[in-house]
Structure formats: structure tokens, C-alpha cells
Write a new protein. Structure first.
Length: 259
């Protein structure tokens, strides 16, 4: 797969960065920033049956298109997009994760990774067809700057796809709300509905190779008391986790009213 289109985009993006845009107000991730190796274990356990990928493919097919993975972390999902996309660009604010992502995709000619933040994407206008963000930044009210930026870099007809945990789905949602008592799944659903998103359920299975890995992952995701309860409640090496796959398509032309 050729990356002949990609260097021009990256060159223009670097011009934006040199103009002074920096991810200087990013909220640190409580898990992958501190335990990237363990988060790799978590990524490999998540969505063991590919349900999120199935729903995503229904909502925003990316074959032959240009994809931006926003908040790509250490690039875990970049190779999957690169299997069929024309080009893939990962944007991540945390420099150590950018380095890990670049190592992961070093042999993939259609993939590039850059430093950047959701609220200031280091790309020119209307340059990608799909913006994908998975459990990163877009958590409800307050993410409007990132929504506006995603719309800016999308071409007409392009899709913003946001994959987020379903805080109302047991058991993971119960553990999440126990640690975040102000977290209101209904409020978040209403926010995205008001913003014009179509949201679909994706009920997945997290499946681990051994019990030690399962317990270690739960300990980096939750406070100690909640992690202990979660570990005690899980038997075996897997448990269900609900997600919401949200998508919004950028208008492809002028919208005419009947008035």
C-alpha cells in the first residue's frame, strides 16, 4: 500500500505545529500513561470477539479512505485500520506513547504518528474521511472543542466515530460509577444525542490469558477498593463490557430548508 498521499499531509501538519500549536492542556490518562506495557495486555483482552470493529464497519467503512485515529495511545489500533485504509494517521499528546506507536507501525508504509491534542488537531482543514476516537477525550459535556476540531479536519461526508464505555452497562459500568459518583450515563447519552450522534450498543467480552493479567488490569482501571470488589466478583478469565459506538457524518453539501 503506497503512502504517496501521506507526506504532503504530514508536511502541512508540521507547519501547523511550528506555528505554535502544542498539546499543553491535556489531561493525563490514568492508565496507559503510567502502565503502557500492562495497558497492552488490556488492549489485547478487550473486544475479544470483535464486536466493536463490526459495529464500526457498519457505521463508517474506511476501506480505501484516509483515517485519523485521535488519541491513538501507543498505536494499538493503527495496524487494523491500515489493513484496508488508504492512509492512517495517529495523533497522540503524550510523547512516550508517540514513540511507542511509531515503533509499532515502523514497517507500515501507509501509517504516520504525530504529536497533537483533540482540541487542536495538527492537521489542515478537510483532509481525512474518518476520525476515530476510542475511550479518549470525548466523554460528554466539555468535549465541544474536540468535536469542532474533528468536523474541521473531516472532508464533507466524512464520519466522526467515538467509541466509549457504557457507564450504564453492568458490571463494568457499575465499577466505573463506584469510582466516579458524579458520572451520569443518561446525561452523557443526552449530550451526544443533542450533538447529532447516532449511538449503538456494542456488548463485548474482555478475555485474558491468565488470572494475574485480569487482576492487574482491573487494578490500573479502578481505585483499590473498587478493584478488590471487581476482582472478587469475576470468576474465570473473562467478563462482559458494554460500549457505545457513536457516529456523526459531516454534511456533504449545503442543506436547504423548505422555508
Amino acid at each position: 500500500m503506497s503512502r504517496s498521499w501521506l507526506p504532503g499531509l504530514v508536511s502541512r501538519a508540521r507547519e501547523v505545529l511550528l506555528a505554535g500549536v502544542r498539546p499543553d492542556d491535556v489531561v493525563p490518562s490514568p492508565n496507559i500513561w503510567h502502565w503502557p506495557e500492562l495497558y497492552e495486555v488490556e488492549n489485547r483482552a478487550q473486544d475479544a470477539d470483535g464486536e466493536i470493529w463490526r459495529v464500526l464497519a457498519e457505521r463508517c467503512e474506511w476501506t480505501g479512505l484516509d483515517v485519523l485515529d485521535l488519541g491513538c495511545g501507543d498505536g494499538f489500533h493503527l495496524p487494523r485500520f491500515a489493513e484496508t485504509a488508504r492512509s492512517v494517521l495517529g495523533v497522540e499528546p503524550h510523547q512516550p506513547l508517540v514513540r511507542r506507536a511509531r515503533q509499532r507501525v515502523a514497517n507500515l508504509s501507509s501509517v504516520e504518528v504525530m504529536v497533537g491534542a483533540a482540541q487542536r488537531i495538527p492537521l489542515p482543514d478537510a483532509c481525512v474521511d474518518v476520525v476515530h476516537a476510542r475511550t479518549a477525550y470525548f466523554f460528554g459535556p466539555g468535549c465541544e472543542p474536540g468535536l469542532a476540531e474533528a468536523d474541521r479536519v473531516l472532508r464533507p461526508g466524512g464520519v466522526l466515530a467515538i467509541v466509549d464505555l457504557d457507564g450504564g452497562s453492568a458490571p463494568y459500568g457499575d465499577w466505573l460509577r463506584a469510582d466516579l459518583p458524579k458520572y451520569d450515563p443518561a446525561k452523557i447519552e443526552q449530550f451526544f444525542a443533542d450533538e447529532g450522534f447516532d449511538s449503538r450498543d456494542a456488548v463485548t467480552t474482555w478475555r485474558f490469558e491468565d488470572r494475574a493479567s485480569l487482576e492487574a488490569v482491573l487494578r490500573i482501571e479502578f481505585s483499590a477498593p473498587v478493584a478488590r470488589k471487581a476482582i472478587a466478583s469475576v470468576t474465570g478469565l473473562s467478563f462482559p463490557v458494554g460500549y457505545r459506538v457513536r457516529s456523526r457524518r459531516k454534511p456533504s453539501g449545503l442543506v436547504h430548508s423548505d422555508g
